[in-house]
Design a protein around this ligand. Structure first.
Ligand SMILES: [Zn+2]
Ligand SMILES: [Zn+2]
Length: 404
């Protein structure tokens, strides 16, 4: 036998992640059984607060209604040492679960179909691992448990507005999202724009109704609406550079009631999604111009409302590369992948505007086990092996970030 050698950090963390794996699974299942909608996460946030206090974190509750913030100062922290922040979202969705496992939602029409139960459980697990290493921590840890990711204006913005980073902006912030398209065991990282800014469009077209047999005595808002829908499609195809991702979808058209009546009015709804603020603004201008000019040309009047949603999720290049390097160490080269960008939106974007950081896609899919359903599906589920990875990797990242 050689003398006692120090166990490498990676092995230490992996052992700790294995030791608390069952507990993290139970936390996730407990939260899954008791899902709560946006800004109603009372039970979930109380559970998190109790758990974190028990571990020795300094806990603040009621940040942006149901948000929880937990701070831990490392035993080796100094006045100049770094702070790393992690965020988990806690809210569920208004839908009925159609899974058959034994920890299904106990609430009708509320379901954790976006994995926020797992996000919360993994951050609690990581908080426990890091608390066990508190004496050696050369910096501070901040865990942010956020309400309402699914409902605009979202909990992230409200937490920031209520002074989340008023005392100190963390040196970095990271977050993760369960992704069934990524196989369990892998994590996907993307530098730069990863998810889209999503804005809602509401367009009302006002014409002059009349008998369908006499269109010359009416101003047909249906034909005008159709022209507007067609013309709007030129924004992405004719105004945007081909390499700039954007989507414009008119998803609802409502107007009219019978075969022989031209209605007075048509209402439309849609979504406009972009990856950068400049093109977001240009698009808004073009939407206004096209809607009003087309309406005028068709002899009708249009009103348009653009409700701005979350901005794009833009990962910091250095922070992403830092996380990629650590993922290669922790999970291996083959398990560190580059996913395609998504045009879905996520309010982690606001944290990335306030602080350098990165968001990653945690693989939870497993075709062999039939875990293939997308987020927001009534059959959404995760391979719980992912909890071991998410918990351990967050801890490994924190230790490395603070000591480098
Ligand atoms: Zn979601
Ligand atoms: Zn989500």
């Amino acid at each position: 036998m050689h003398g006692a050698t120090e166990v490498p950090l990676k092995e230490q963390i992996k052992t700790k992640a294995n030791e608390i794996f069952d507990e993290v699974v139970e936390l996730r299942r407990d939260i899954h059984r008791h899902p709560e909608l946006a800004f109603e996460e009372k039970r979930t946030s109380q559970l998190a607060a109790n758990y974190l206090r028990e571990l020795g974190y300094e806990v603040t509750q009621g940040v942006a209604k149901t948000g929880v913030v937990a701070d831990l100062k490392g035993g080796k922290a100094t006045a100049t040492s770094k702070t790393i922040a992690f965020r988990a979202d806690m809210d569920a969705l208004p839908m009925n679960e159609e899974n058959s496992h034994n920890f299904c939602s106990t609430k009708p029409n509320v379901m954790h179909a976006c994995g926020h139960d797992a996000h919360t459980a993994m951050m609690l697990g990581a908080a426990k691992i890091l608390a066990s290493l508190q004496a050696e921590l050369p910096g501070s840890i901040k865990f942010i448990f956020q309400p309402s990711e699914e409902c605009a204006p979202g909990g992230a913005k409200l937490m920031l507005e209520s002074g989340l980073f008023a005392d100190k902006i963390p040196d970095a912030i990271f977050g993760q999202h369960c992704m069934p398209q990524v196989p369990v065991g892998k994590i996907g990282f993307l530098s730069g724009a990863m998810m889209a800014a999503a804005d809602e469009l509401y367009i009302n077209v006002f014409g002059k109704g009349g008998h369908a047999s006499a269109p010359h005595r009416a101003n047909d808002p249906i034909l005008a609406a159709v022209q507007i829908v067609n013309s709007l499609q030129t924004i992405v195809s004719r105004n945007f550079p081909p390499h700039e991702p954007a989507v414009l979808t008119i998803a609802a058209i409502n107007g009219g009631s019978a075969t022989n009546i031209i209605p007075n009015e048509v209402k439309m709804k849609g979504t406009y999604r972009t990856m950068n603020e400049e093109w977001r603004e240009i698009g808004h201008q073009r939407i206004e111009e096209i809607v009003h000019a087309t309406a005028k040309a068709m002899g009708v009047r249009a009103e348009i409302e653009i409700r701005k949603g979350y901005p794009a999720v833009v990962n910091d290049k250095n922070m992403t590369e830092f996380a990629i390097d650590l993922s290669r160490e922790y999970l291996g080269e083959a398990n560190t992948i580059t996913p395609e960008p998504m045009m879905a939106a996520e309010d982690f974007a606001y944290f990335l505007q306030a602080c350098k950081g990165a968001y990653w896609m945690l693989g939870v899919g497993n075709e062999e086990k039939g875990i293939v359903h997308n987020i927001h599906s009534t059959h959404f589920d995760i391979d719980e092996e992912a909890l071991r990875i998410g918990t351990g990797f967050v801890s490994y990242l924190a230790m490395n970030f603070l000591s480098k």
